[in-house]
Design a binder for this molecule. Structure first.
Ligand SMILES: [Zn+2]
Length: 223
């Protein structure tokens, strides 16, 4: 059997994983694809492999701000694990790549009869709640440059690559600031030779330096 890319699934006992397997459909998530809209039903859950999904809260219907980031360590669609059928957030693919998809009905059925899956999911829901709380504090108290550095590191940890595609517009939604704010923060990191940013591509040049430039929330979110 091939290595399981998603670590939540990989943590399941083999028997539990094998029972889930027939319901898991390999899909390729595309950059910018919207998986859920706030208030709308969740039709499928997703277990990212190399892909990365951003959870955005909408303010006044159009101002978006990232409150969570889901990669190989988790699952998109956690409300279903708590018996809720609609998403409170917009789920947007920010890193294209493979994921495993399962229908909401199939997931609910498997969850109800798999204590190991329940255990892994509750653990993950707790981690995600901690991430969302920390992000709320970070967004309020830390400057854009430090937040951008944190965000780049979190992205890198999940996609396991120091180079990814990212537009200014996308970053402005992630960080909840205007595009000019993103440009200034990215230029500052670039001047310090921590990243290279051109034509929508970001490359991390100095990982340690970027860690020093990031706010303490990065370490907090890792633990
Ligand atoms: Zn912070």
């Amino acid at each position: 059997m091939a290595a399981i890319a998603n670590s939540l699934l990989a943590a399941l006992p083999r028997k539990s994983y094998l029972r889930l397997l027939p319901g898991l459909i390999p899909v390729e998530l595309g950059f910018g694809e919207v998986l859920y809209e706030p208030g709308k039903p969740i039709r499928d859950v997703y277990f990212p492999g190399q892909s990365l999904v951003s959870l955005l809260t909408l303010v006044e219907g159009h101002l978006a701000l990232e409150v969570g980031l889901v990669g190989r360590e988790g699952m998109v669609g956690v409300p279903l694990a708590l018996g809720i059928g609609a998403s409170p957030v917009r789920a947007l693919v920010q890193g294209a790549g493979p994921a495993l998809r399962m229908s909401a009905a199939g997931f609910r059925r498997e969850l109800s009869r798999s204590p190991p899956l329940q255990r892994e999911l509750y653990r993950y829901v707790h981690t995600l709640m901690a991430q969302i709380s920390q992000t709320a504090g970070c967004n309020r108290f830390h400057v854009v440059e430090a937040r951008l550095a944190r965000w780049l590191l979190m992205t890198r940890d999940r996609v396991r690559s120091g180079e990814f595609r990212m537009t200014h517009e996308f970053l402005s939604h992630m960080l909840g600031v205007r595009r000019v704010g993103v440009t200034e923060a990215a230029s500052a990191l670039q001047r310090r030779k921590l990243i290279e940013y051109s034509r929508g591509n970001i490359k991390i040049l100095d990982h340690r330096g970027l860690q020093q430039a990031a706010c303490a929330c990065y370490e907090g979110l890792k633990d």
